[in-house]
Ligand binder design. Sequence first.
Ligand SMILES: O=C(O)C1=C[C@@H](OP(=O)(O)O)[C@@H](O)[C@H](O)C1
Ligand SMILES: C=C(OP(=O)(O)O)C(=O)O
Length: 459
Amino acid sequence: MQGMTTTSNATAEALWDAPAAAGPLNATVTIPGSKSLSNRYLILAALGSKPVTLIGLLRSRDTELMMGALGALGVRCDADPATPTTVTVTPPAGGRFHGDADVYCGLAGTVMRFVPGLALFADGPVRFDGDEQAYARPMKPVLDGLEQLGATVEYHGEEGKLPFTVTPPKSAAAESAAGSAAGPAVVSIDSSGSSQFISGLLLVGARLPHGLELHHTGEKTPSLPHIRMTVADLNAAGAHATADEAARTWRVEPGSVQLPDRVVVEPDLSNAAPFLGAALIAGGSVRVPHWPETTTQPGGLLPGYLERMGAQVSFPEENGVRYCEVRSDGHIHGLGDFDLTAAGEIAPSLAAILVFADALTNLTGIGHLRGHETNRLAALVAEITRVGGTAGELPDGLRIEPVPAGRLHAADMETYADHRMATFAAMLGLRIPGVRVRDVATTRKTLPDFTGMWATLLG
Ligand SMILES: O=C(O)C1=C[C@@H](OP(=O)(O)O)[C@@H](O)[C@H](O)C1
Ligand SMILES: C=C(OP(=O)(O)O)C(=O)O
């Protein structure tokens, strides 16, 4: 698994010519499984007591890292040789995870924030490491939460960051720290830096002897849809999880966790954003099949956002398949003040579209993007400026100002090991001839065949 992190200089330095659109698009692009659902289902399957088959699982760096992590803890993940997106997960005998294990997180937030909770149920310490760039990502609230549950956390570098070791509680300590017959274990953390801190603790809540009551002490809750996704997935696995969002409190009753024998993973709706957004930048129409009627993914908000920017969105059904179809004449409306707290992960894709808009946009509620794969607010400002656009950081977001089309020009774009900065740059290249993208292979985090899919988009 660690081999996946070594990028040869040749690859890192390679520049990919982002194709400009020759005319309006007319494409149908199939999007692989959701990263967020894939990695939640893998964790929940690992917490069960019998095998679960996941269908349409995303196979990308982030899910390989998750399967590698689970493997280190004694969970088997067997891919169907004929259909690698079908993976059967077999939990360890007796539900006890292997300790004295090494988990490599790469740059994957879902691995570094969701797997440490499993260490509570391991039979020895679990060491966590990741890409050097991951050392900058905030980790402390979820690890403080595990300490409140009786685990010991030892930091090997900067406190509150990777790398670290989680040692599970001795059983007596676990009993007292993890609640009592009178009530659940109560944990308080500030999750304003990432929704994943809350999700990571909730995912293991049912396995605690008396369940979990989790309080978020911060003022803001980023990406609430991802927390709702965690609650919904827990309940789909037979747990009883509830939320009082106004009180910033979540509860999980003690009990077993068992996903159904077969679970189908939805396409990644956030990863649909560069493709559907391309219809606005280049004009024409783009369709994504298997668009769910209802979803817990924040990407479900995307069609509405694109409509606000001037696109026509419809959901035609053909032969039992539901599509999201986005059409545009290429005229893009700025959004003014626009609160993106709920769906920060699609900010880079929205930003690429808004570079070509007719009016100003202030994307707000996304200050925590400074702790994503890279400091995305700084990266977006730098790269928009690099092509001649005008953008600036806000205390909690990003300001994108309209510029005359003639001011935008070719450039070699940096991607900062961030998949969404690479897809952002490709989107700009649709309307700005001569854009080249450094290390486009970084898209393998969630979209290993991005360049092939982009070729399909452009026909
Ligand atoms: O739980 C999840 O699957 C995710 C939660 C969000 O994290 P933040 O709350 O840190 O933005 C999102 O940005 C990330 O891509 C995936
Ligand atoms: C923030 C993201 O990823 P991660 O799951 O690594 O936090 C993302 O994919 O936009």
